[in-house]
Design a protein around this ligand. Structure first.
Ligand SMILES: Cc1cc2nc3c(=O)[nH]c(=O)nc-3n(C[C@H](O)[C@H](O)[C@H](O)COP(=O)(O)O)c2cc1C
Length: 180
């Protein structure tokens, strides 16, 4: 099975991307984790540009193909001004007509240096994912407060209890997909 680790950060060296890399390293055996970290390649969404996969802009078609081939998604957002980054909302708008998230098992994380861990952004993200029909997996969905104490600049997990929580999140997400 394949889990798509979907970073909602537009930033190079992002804490959210480090978080997803750390989670991937803890995935159960038999799980492949693919990464989407190309959010800045997407054009601004407009319904005027929104066509079927074979006529969509190349970056959009690539995103839709990655979503299509994933059995489950682990999405993570930073918090910008109490919301998700505009670039992440833009990516999700491109996925509406494709139905990419419909019934897709999805873990929903946020991370921030603050004590609420980006929970306000995560709340907004959950609302959008509800509109898209994602099947949110509660055990794989939580905010990560004080992210700089949990991961170092290279994405190494610094906190054993947190590593355990991340590992359990990946196990829960993988368990949503029947073995083939
Ligand atoms: C424009 C901007 C707005 C931000 N607003 C918030 C905020 O409202 N709440 C918060 O906890 N952190 C806020 N932050 C801090 C980010 O959450 C923090 O930089 C985080 O590490 C970004 O994630 P990233 O490293 O994955 O890009 C903001 C950062 C920027 C650049």
């Amino acid at each position: 099975m394949t889990i798509l680790a979907f970073s909602g950060s537009p930033r190079a060296g992002s804490a959210v991307s480090h978080l997803l890399r750390a989670a991937a390293a803890l995935a159960p055996s038999g799980t492949t984790v693919a990464f989407y970290e190309d959010i800045l390649s997407l054009p601004h969404f407009s319904p005027d540009l929104d066509g079927p996969c074979d006529s969509a802009p190349a970056a959009v078609a690539a995103l839709r193909a990655q979503m299509q081939s994933a059995d489950a998604v682990l999405i993570a957002t930073p918090e910008y001004a109490y919301g998700m980054p505009g670039s992440l909302k833009n990516a999700l708008d491109w996925l509406v007509s494709a139905g990419s998230f419909y019934q897709k098992p999805t873990g929903v994380l946020s991370a921030s240096p603050s004590e609420v861990g980006g929970e306000r952004a995560r709340s907004g993200l959950l609302l959008t994912l509800e509109a898209l029909g994602a099947a949110v997996v509660p055990e794989a969905s939580f905010p990560v407060p004080f992210v700089r104490t949990k991961l170092d600049g290279s994405g190494l997990v610094l906190d054993a209890a947190f590593a355990e929580k991340l590992e359990q999140a990946l196990v829960a997400l993988a368990a949503t997909v029947p073995a083939t």
